[in-house]
Ligand binder design. Structure first.
Ligand code: FES
Length: 146
């Protein structure tokens, strides 16, 4: 059911843990299953994400997609990280079973939630976050199902 890459990221997830002095921390829940993901980002003065860690209370697909998402945003700028879509994460994992694509939304939203809190504390505005609400637990149509 799961390809090798997904299994690898599930069995050996990258960047699991916490960052105590993280500049950005965000937590989101998946409304369809109740799973939770927390994301920590270290961001330097040039807005480069120098370190990323995550914790997921969730299924294998949530773990694999968070692991891949952290790899994809490490070393990127905040603006670049905001471009990360769940679809890109799924593609980087060479695909997920259709019934599990919704799990990948958690990774995208957790990154956005962390940056949302970072921006709020610093009075920064990112146009990519307009309309984003980390506490919004409703199903969304804007995420692509595969
Ligand atoms: Fe909940 Fe996958 S079943 S995130």
């Amino acid at each position: 059911m799961y390809n090798e890459k997904v299994m690898d990221h599930f069995m050996n997830p990258r960047n699991v843990g916490e960052i105590e002095d993280a500049e950005a921390v965000g937590q989101v829940g998946n409304p369809s299953c109740g799973d939770i993901m927390k994301m920590y980002l270290k961001i330097d003065k040039n807005e480069v994400i120098t370190d990323v860690k995550f914790k997921t209370f969730g299924c294998g697909s949530a773990i694999a997609t968070s692991s891949m998402a952290t790899e994809m945003i490490k070393g990127k700028t905040v603006k670049e990280a905001l471009q990360l879509t769940n679809k890109a994460v799924v593609e980087a994992l060479d695909g997920l079973p259709p019934a599990k694509v919704h799990c990948s939304v958690l990774a995208e939203r957790a990154v956005k939630a962390a940056i949302y809190n970072y921006a709020k504390e610093r009075n920064l505005v990112y146009e990519e976050l307009v309309g984003f609400d980390p506490n919004d637990d409703h199903e969304h149509d804007e995420y692509e199902e595969g």
